[in-house]
Design a binder for this molecule. Sequence first.
Ligand SMILES: Cc1cc2nc3c(=O)[nH]c(=O)nc-3n(C[C@H](O)[C@H](O)[C@H](O)COP(=O)(O)OP(=O)(O)OC[C@H]3O[C@@H](n4cnc5c(N)ncnc54)[C@H](O)[C@@H]3O)c2cc1C
Length: 431
Amino acid sequence: MRHRRTDVVVIGAGPAGLGAALALGERAIVLDEAGEVGGLAHAIDVGGASFDLGGHSFHTPHRAVRDLVYGALPMEERPRDAWCLVGGDYVPYPFQKHFDRLSDAAVVAACRDGLASARDTARAGDFDAYLDARFGAGIASAFMKPYNRKLWGDDLARMSASWAAERVAAPAGVHERFATDGGRRTPLQDDTVVAYPARGGYGEIFVALARRVARLELGKAVAAIDPGARTCTTRDGSLYAWDELVSTMPLTRLVHCVAGAPASLKASVGRLEALPVTLAMVAIDGPLATPRQRVYSSDDALPGHKLVLNANSSAWLASRERQGIQLEISGPALARCGGGDLKVRVVEALAECGVIDRPGRVAEARTLTLPLGYPVPTHSRPAIVAEAKRWLRAHGIHTLGRFGEWDYINADEALHRGLAWRGGPPEATAS
Ligand SMILES: Cc1cc2nc3c(=O)[nH]c(=O)nc-3n(C[C@H](O)[C@H](O)[C@H](O)COP(=O)(O)OP(=O)(O)OC[C@H]3O[C@@H](n4cnc5c(N)ncnc54)[C@H](O)[C@@H]3O)c2cc1C
């Protein structure tokens, strides 16, 4: 058996793992089971068009992350051209600031009246109540609830409202500044400028950063971790001895890899909830018929909750012969699609909604399902993750990242958390 020693083993070469590796330098070996870096933020080619695994764009409140990324590769900035599709109308994003563009005057009046009586959100104990309290019943029922139910499922009350301040924009009449510094994510606005690699897909960011990582081994799936011996073993039989281990693999999987993890901990992390996302990817003979980048859809006319028109993210993507149109279809949205061939449904819907002018331009259509797409911010999530982190830390193991911490974060935040991780003395081993 191949045997190597290192101060720190980092599991995963996605944004969080690469961040930790860059912070640790020669002290760390990074292992990833995939054949490429970037994790959920890597890009793929379908039918000659470039696709990310869901719509990705770069924006960050962490100055150091921005400097690192902009120093690693050329990035192209553009104002975000995002829309909401509501009852057949296209309304600029965010809906709560532009509902007066709806064609139905009665719905506009209901949105306005509801907003006038919207209350403080302080007492909203869950996401469902938050939407009513923040926006009023009109906006909540015209778009915010149908859209969020399509994305997260019908029971919005199972989710806490704590994440909404970072992700859900304020309504019309409330001034909000989009922060590019200060460390705290703020909601995207209608005039937010976002960035994208000037050449290639979103994953180019992580390909560029990985070139700076001293010790990286791909195709290495960690299958077992022995915290007593401070070793981990990969599926191909390599053994690594470590002083500390940083894992960015999903927490549920990590706990099952660790020898001696209590059954109660396994049961507890088993209660964490995630949504799968099916990506319907359609490569067309370019150019796209619209300058839009994103469409958020509460309408069942468009299967999926989010339409991603990636060619409008950079001049390089727009110059390609084949361009990608992608629908993100979360698990609950997929359940509404019914049977039949999803690819055919998607192409028909794109033509009906005016996203492609002629079905004949479709060169290839493919679907791909990410079993773990969105970590659901349920009420019990923080306590479950805190308990798991405590037990793991006491055994020299640190868990980081989107599914490592089961936290609804973007690639920039995952990178930041990796960069900020410096290790430290493990807590006393629990008996
Ligand atoms: C639909 C969707 C849209 C998104 N939109 C955006 C966006 O617009 N902007 C943005 O910045 N971010 C976006 N994100 C989020 C971004 O992709 C993630 O936050 C980021 O990739 C998380 O990084 P991570 O390192 O925590 O985890 P991951 O990217 O999941 O990386 C974990 C790595 O661990 C590896 N691994 C797992 N198990 C093992 C094992 N046992 N052994 C070895 N290796 C293992 C995996 O192969 C993977 O490479 C989006 C994500 C999704 C799903």
